[in-house]
Design a protein around this ligand. Structure first.
Ligand code: SF4
Length: 63
């Protein structure tokens, strides 16, 4: 009984960590700026002042 519960908790922690890492923009080997590979990197789509040099962004959407 406890085995499957711990497996589910472990899976949830893993998925959460992956999502947090993605959101934080931890992308090895890529530009330091999120905008460089964000599909919203266009003045018609993004009006954030930090564009095009955002290093953190809640709206970051990888291409
Ligand atoms: S949404 Fe954020 S990461 Fe994307 S272009 Fe705009 S500022 Fe850059």
């Amino acid at each position: 009984m406890t085995g499957p519960v711990f497996a589910l908790i472990g899976l949830a922690v893993f998925v959460g960590a992956v999502l947090l890492a993605r959101r934080a923009g931890l992308r090895a080997g890529r530009s330091e700026f999120l905008c460089d590979d964000c599909k919203l990197d266009d003045p018609r789509l993004c009006s954030r002042r930090e564009r095009p040099n955002a290093t953190e962004c809640p709206d970051y959407s990888p291409r």
